[in-house]
Design a protein around this ligand. Structure first.
Ligand code: NAG
Ligand code: NAG
Ligand code: NAG
Ligand code: NAG
Ligand code: NAG
Ligand code: NAG
Ligand code: NAG
Ligand code: NAG
Ligand code: NAG
Length: 510
């Protein structure tokens, strides 16, 4: 997952950003749908700025090293993106290699219209098809999002590199895009889809608030509907765009707020607007959403990787903010993800950013555990990130409840489990778990924080509250990894405390 955003942005964004993300110089449809009068076999890269070019060269060369036919990283999805990159470079053998890859990728597309996974691509080419021996489970034995990742990358091919390909391959790509988009249309939040979360069966989780695939579905249906003359598909592209925009306008934030991976993918999808039919709904709104999203990213802590790939297209004031994090500051924002959030009770985000220290927290009252992605590994309700010498260290809360009131200040974190107001949710928890990592040469002893105070490289901590005074503390290492990072697991378990469970962490940078 961590790989996903940088790779996608590096390949796709320099290519489509010239058209799309430069909000100061919108292009007309006429310009965007042709190939700018370039000679047929000239390299697309000549049209990139020097900076885009550097990023592109760096990434594509790294991918060249990792390509072992037929696939990159043994993945049809990543290989499809790599093929786009090869077509953009158009060096010796690149078009031939890309053509082979594209055929191979499509050979791993599911073709049975009677299954929930119709039109998506196999994630692991060596796995069997979902079925009796490999039970259908969304995001496990199949992943319908892959259809959208691949289909949107094919949009770039259709618009920029179609002239490099054999007509029969172009036809194959079109049919593949059509199947991918038809299959995506099977997805209805809460219903189809073999989806499960910590709270049990949830059906498919594709709602407008799941912004990254949702915006990719908008782009796929809008584009492919027009390309294939399927008016119903175009209609749904506009309809889904309207639903996305309604959600965005509530708090002028993406529901997947401040998530580096997801925001990056959403920006990628939005930046395809330049390729869409001019009368489509998304074309009218994409630029505004991009600008507002970047404006809120600037006030937050977000992976500098994405900033690096986008700097040239981001409003100048935002760039200044991203580069000048030296000044300490607090930030507040709201976002809402129905149906997981009650629309009248938004999530509240607070953060404190100071030199070498970031503290962030979310107050949420949700129907599911693990945020809108219903993913406990991906949703971090409270975090402290700091510079520990040469390393970046982190202290993250691991969500075990849907209702968590966490807030960040210059002092640290306050975390509580109030009673759910939004849903009268019964997803209560009697543990607070924190995962810690990023200090490789340190062995923490079992009495770490036993007396309420503790020191980690670069940070002094003090914990208090009824969860600390009445709970049972355990500290273990090696019980798992998160995004490949091993961690210490600090858990407080408690019985009925007779009042709202509460834990405070005060920190001091040392
Ligand atoms: C395009 O390719 C053809 C055949 O390889 C070559 O003869 C021609 O010079 C190329 N044109 C450009 C502009 O590179
Ligand atoms: C698209 O799906 C149809 C079945 O509806 C199948 O016959 C066809 O082979 C598929 N095309 C591609 C390119 O996978
Ligand atoms: C129109 O598209 C929607 C969304 O993909 C789909 O559910 C519906 O079955 C389609 N209707 C027809 C008549 O194709
Ligand atoms: C957009 O234009 C196409 C043809 O140019 C037309 O078929 C379609 O109905 C239009 N859509 C809307 C929403 O006006
Ligand atoms: C977020 O703050 C608002 C007040 O601004 C409050 O009404 C709402 O209940 C809070 N959300 C949660 C989940 O507590
Ligand atoms: C940081 O890295 C440098 C160079 O690798 C090393 O000399 C130094 O000891 C490291 N400092 C710490 C605190 O680990
Ligand atoms: C929660 O329960 C209370 C009391 O039973 C009720 O008044 C309220 O409407 C419920 N709220 C929701 C969101 O279901
Ligand atoms: C708490 O324990 C740590 C060692 O685990 C010790 O260094 C520290 O002085 C203790 N603090 C107090 C207030 O006793
Ligand atoms: C953390 O530790 C607790 C107590 O040992 C355990 O129940 C829980 O599964 C662990 N969580 C993670 C994410 O490792």
């Amino acid at each position: 997952m961590l790989l996903q955003t940088p790779l996608l942005l590096a390949i796709a964004l320099p290519i489509c950003a010239t058209l799309a993300l430069d909000v100061r110089a919108p292009v007309s449809l006429v310009e965007s749908s042709g190939f700018f009068g370039r000679s047929v076999n000239a390299s697309y890269l000549e049209t990139l700025s020097e900076r885009q070019r550097q990023v592109f060269d760096y990434v594509i060369e790294a991918l060249d090293e990792n390509f072992s036919p037929p696939f990159l990283f043994n993945s049809p999805r990543y290989s499809a993106w790599y093929a786009v990159g090869l077509l953009a470079r158009n060096g010796q053998e690149d078009v031939e290699t890309a053509s082979e890859i594209l055929k191979d990728v499509i050979s791993f597309q599911f073709t049975d219209p009677n299954t929930n996974w119709y039109g998506t691509f196999k994630n692991d080419p060596s796995a069997p098809d979902p079925g009796d021996v490999y039970p259908p489970l969304l995001y496990t034995s199949y992943d319908t999002n892959i259809a959208l990742f691949v289909c949107t990358s094919f949009i770039i091919i259709m618009e920029e590199f179609q002239h490099l390909l054999e007509p029969s391959l172009v036809t194959l790509l079109k049919n593949s895009m059509y199947n991918a988009t038809i299959g995506d249309g099977y997805r209805v939040g809460g219903f189809n889809g073999d989806g499960y979360s910590a709270g049990g069966f949830i059906g498919d989780n594709l709602y407008p608030i799941y912004s990254n695939p949702w915006y990719m579905r908008v782009m796929s249906a809008t584009y492919v509907g027009n390309m294939m003359g399927d008016a119903n598909m175009s209609f749904w592209g506009d309809q889904w765009a309207t639903e996305a925009i309604e959600n965005f306008n509530l708090y002028e934030t993406l529901a997947e707020f401040n998530s580096g991976t997801y925001t990056g993918v959403t920006l990628y999808a939005l930046s395809l607007w330049g390729y869409m039919p001019q009368n489509s709904t998304i074309v009218k709104h994409a630029r505004d959403i991009i600008t507002k999203t970047w404006t809120s990213i600037a006030a937050n802590v977000l992976t500098p990787l994405i900033a690096k790939f986008n700097d040239p297209y981001v409003p100048a004031a935002v760039l200044v903010q991203l580069q000048g994090l030296a000044a300490s500051h607090a930030y507040f924002a709201q976002a809402v993800s129905p149906p997981w959030d009650n629309p009248t009770i938004p999530r509240n985000y607070t953060s404190w950013t100071a030199p070498g220290l970031s503290i962030g927290a979310i107050t949420s009252d949700e129907k599911v555990i693990g945020g809108a992605a219903t993913n406990q590994d991906a949703y971090v309700p409270a975090t402290i990130i700091w510079s520990a010498g040469n390393q970046t260290a982190w202290f993250n809360m691991y969500p075990t409840s849907g209702t968590i009131a966490a807030s960040a200040s210059s002092k640290g974190l306050t975390i509580a489990y109030p009673t759910s107001k939004a849903f009268n949710s019964t997803l209560t928890s009697n543990v607070m778990t924190f995962l810690l990592s990023g200090f490789p040469h340190l062995t923490l002893s079992t009495d770490f924080l036993a007396n309420g105070t503790g020191v980690l490289p670069g940070l002094r901590l003090e914990v208090s509250g009824n969860v600390v005074s009445s709970g049972t503390r355990t500290l273990v290492y090696g019980s798992g990894t998160i995004n490949d990072f091993p961690y210490y697991n600090l858990t407080y378990a408690f019985d009925d405390l007779g009042e709202v469970p509460r834990l405070m962490i005060e920190v001091e940078k040392i």
